[in-house]
Design a binder for this molecule. Structure first.
Ligand code: NDP
Ligand code: PYC
Length: 342
C-alpha cells in the first residue's frame, strides 16, 4: 500500500512519465543519452509502482546535476578486460548508460565461459537494480547485482551510519515475459522509502532506524537524521558488509563511507562502483538445460501451492495495470517536480 494512500494524485500515461523525466533531466543540463537512460529507469520504477525509485528521484537527480560533481555527458569506456570480465568506466557519469553499453558483452561472455562479471567503476548511482537484472534475464542468463551507497546505515550492534543501504538483486530467466527477480536493500527499507514516509508524514515501524542520539525511533525524519538499521540484525549487517567489499575494494572502487566523504555535503547521489555477475544455465547445468529449467519451474509452482507469492509478482501486476491505465503520482511530488522549472 502506498504511503500516499488517500492523498491527491495526478494521472499520467507511461509516455508522459518518460517525457517529463527526459525534459527535466535535459533541461537541467544532462546529455541526451544519459537523460534517456535515467528517464527509462525512472519510468520503469513509476510504472511498476516502486515509488522510491520512480518520479520521486527527479529532484534528487537535479540536485546531483547541480552539485558539479557529476559528469553530464561522460562517454562510458567499455573494456573487454579478460575472457570472463567486462570493465566499464562510467567516468563520473550516471551508472545506467555504462550498464546499457556493457551488458550485451557481459551476457556474451557468460554464454561463452559459463560465468562472467561486469565491473562498473566511477559511477553516480541512484537506481533500483531490477531493471538491469531484467535486461540480463531477457538475454537468457541468470544474474546477481550489488552496489554500495552512502554510509547511512549502522552495523548490527552500532548506532552510527557506516554501511550503505546496499541493494542486492538476483534474476533467473523463465519461459514467458516474467523472470524470477528479487531486489532489496540490506537496510530494513530503502532510504527512498524512508524519505517518502517523511514527506507523507507517516510513522515508520520500529526497527527501521535510530535517532541522532542512537535511540529507537518511529519518526522517519529522526531516523534519516540519525542512522538506518539493517534488515535481519547481524545477518543483514554481514550481507551489507559483503556488498561493501565485493562492489568496493574488490573492484577497486569506493565503500559507502568513502562515497559519503567524496560527496562532502553536496547531497548528490552516491558515487562508487557496481558489480554484476552473469551465469549461463546451459553451461553451468552440465548439459540438460531443459530438465534443470523444469525443476526450477516446479520449485516456483510449489510457492503458489501454499499461497505464497514470488518476489516481483506485485511489480508485474502493477506493470500490467500501469500499461493499461497509466499511473497516479502523488500531487505533492508532481508539484515539486514542476517547481524545478523545466
Ligand atoms: P522491498 O522491501 O519493497 O522489496 C524487496 C523485494 O522483496 C522485492 O523484490 C519485492 O517484490 C519482494 N517482496 C516484498 N514483499 C514480498 C512478499 N510478501 N513475498 C515475496 N516477495 C516479496 O524493497 P527495498 O525497500 O528493500 O528496496 C527497494 C528498491 O530500492 C530496490 O529496487 C533496490 O534496488 C532499491 N535500492 C537502490 C539503492 C541504490 O543504491 N541504488 C539502495 C537501496 C535500495 P515486489 O516488488 O513484487 O513486492
Ligand atoms: O533508496 O536507499 C536508497 C537509495 C540509495 C541510493 C539510491 N537509492
Amino acid at each position: 500500500m502506498s504511503v500516499f494512500e488517500a492523498q491527491e494524485t495526478v494521472a499520467l500515461s507511461i509516455d508522459e512519465v518518460f517525457a517529463l523525466s527526459r525534459r527535466v533531466l535535459t533541461g537541467a543540463g544532462l546529455s541526451v543519452p544519459h537523460a534517456e537512460a535515467v528517464a527509462r529507469a525512472i519510468t520503469a520504477g513509476e510504472r511498476d509502482e516502486c515509488a522510491s525509485h520512480g518520479l520521486y528521484r527527479l529532484p534528487g537527480c537535479v540536485m546531483t546535476i547541480r552539485s558539479g560533481k557529476l559528469s553530464l555527458d561522460a562517454e562510458p569506456v567499455v573494456e573487454d578486460a579478460s575472457p570472463a570480465l567486462v570493465r566499464a568506466d562510467a567516468r563520473h557519469g550516471y551508472s545506467l548508460l555504462a550498464f546499457e553499453r556493457a551488458a550485451p558483452l557481459l551476457a556474451q561472455k557468460a554464454k561463452a565461459v559459463g560465468v562472467a562479471a561486469l565491473v562498473i567503476n566511477n559511477c553516480f548511482h541512484f537506481s533500483a537494480l531490477w531493471p538491469e537484472i531484467e535486461q540480463l534475464t531477457e538475454m537468457g542468463v541468470a544474474a546477481l547485482a550489488m552496489t554500495p551507497s552512502h554510509s547511512w546505515v549502522a552495523p548490527a550492534g552500532g548506532r552510527k551510519g557506516l554501511l550503505g543501504t546496499n541493494p542486492i538483486a538476483f534474476g533467473w530467466p523463465r519461459p514467458g515475459p516474467y523472470p524470477y527477480v528479487f531486489d532489496f536493500a540490506t537496510s530494513a527499507i530503502a532510504r527512498g522509502d524512508m524519505a517518502l514516509h517523511d514527506i507523507a508524514g507517516k510513522p515508520i515501524p520500529e526497527g527501521w532506524g535510530v535517532d541522532a542520539e542512537g535511540r529507537p525511533t518511529t519518526n522517519a525524519r529522526a531516523a534519516l537524521d540519525g542512522a538506518m538499521l539493517t534488515f535481519g540484525g547481524h545477518k543483514g549487517s554481514a550481507l551489507s558488509t559483503m556488498i561493501e567489499l565485493m562492489a568496493g575494494p574488490l573492484i577497486g572502487d569506493l565503500t559507502s563511507r568513502e562515497s559519503m566523504a567524496f560527496d562532502d555535503g553536496a547531497k548528490a547521489a552516491p558515487m562508487h562502483g557496481e558489480l554484476i555477475l552473469a551465469f549461463d544455465p546451459a553451461i553451468m547445468g552440465g548439459g540438460d538445460a531443459e530438465a534443470n529449467a523444469a525443476r526450477a519451474e516446479a520449485l516456483f509452482a510449489a510457492f503458489a501451492d501454499q499461497g505464497a507469492r514470488l518476489p516481483s509478482q506485485r511489480r508485474y501486476e502493477a506493470r500490467a495495470r500501469s500499461l493499461k491505465h497509466g499511473v497516479r503520482t502523488p500531487k505533492v511530488l508532481y508539484d515539486q517536480i514542476q517547481a524545478l522549472g523545466f
